[in-house]
Design a binder for this molecule. Structure first.
Ligand SMILES: C[S@@+](CC[C@H](N)C(=O)[O-])C[C@H]1O[C@@H](n2cnc3c(N)ncnc32)[C@H](O)[C@@H]1O
Length: 222
């Protein structure tokens, strides 16, 4: 008990509390990047914290997408389901470091317009090609190739999006799908069918990260 009390009074605990309350949950930046852009994106994300109300991903999932892109050096992104742009901002921020670009698709005009204004405010417009379209059609039409895809629109169409994208996904590329829970942990019917489909494929390795809204991460192995 004495040890717990001295830990709670200790400098590490105080530091931890300061980090949590300062909102400083954002990734560490490397010094040879673009510190001005980093500051702008961080300030934007901080100003919008807890203010994303259009089915947007939680911060934890945004950070997860960011980390996957940085770790693998992905440069050609596709997002299906922009909404007002929270996940696209994390993806594009990562791609500002890998020198990549993101195409993102949204069907709802008012969300699309709000996303455009958010991209501008975050300073990330030049890394994002935002399209107002029905992804059922546009995903088929886009040429690719892509090395990172984030699927977050209509869940009943997940398997169709995947089938349409796979020929345009590079080997080593990632297809990440949101709101997917691990086998046996529930989930929405469309995403359950999707997970069982991708898990049955020999040329993909799929894991599910359950730390936020549930992310199925499928890597194309050949
Ligand atoms: C869960 S939200 C996306 C959230 C976003 N990824 C974020 O984190 O900020 C899903 C979005 O997909 C859009 N959507 C649904 N069906 C679509 C379709 N067929 N084509 C394009 N967008 C679609 C919806 O309008 C909605 O804004």
């Amino acid at each position: 008990m004495g040890r717990i009390i001295s830990f709670l009074r200790g400098p590490f605990f105080i530091y931890l509390i300061m980090v949590i309350f300062s909102g400083n949950y954002l990734p560490a930046q490397n010094s040879d990047g673009n510190p001005e852009l980093d500051r702008k994106v961080e300030a934007f994300l901080k100003s919008k914290k807890n203010r994303w109300h259009d089915l947007n991903v939680p911060d934890t999932d945004g950070k997860l997408l960011y980390d996957i892109i940085i770790k693998n050096g992905y440069t050609s992104g596709l997002e299906i389901g922009t909404s007002t742009g929270h996940s696209a901002i994390w993806i594009a921020w990562a791609m500002s470091k890998t020198k990549g670009k993101l195409i993102t698709i949204e069907i709802d005009e008012s969300r699309y317009k709000e996303a455009i204004s958010n991209f501008e405010e975050a300073g990330l417009s030049k890394y994002i090609d935002a399209r107002l379209a029905n992804a059922h059609d546009l995903v088929k039409e886009l040429k690719g190739p892509f090395d990172f895809v984030f699927s977050d629109a209509d869940k009943d169409w997940y398997t169709n999006y995947f089938i349409d994208v796979v020929p345009k996904l590079k080997t080593g590329g990632c297809f990440a799908a949101h709101n997917v829970r691990p086998p046996g942990a529930g989930g929405i019917s469309g995403t359950k069918a999707y997970l069982s489909y991708v898990m049955g494929l020999e040329n993909f390795t799929t894991t599910v990260n359950n730390s936020g809204g549930g992310l199925a991460i499928s890597i194309k192995t050949d």
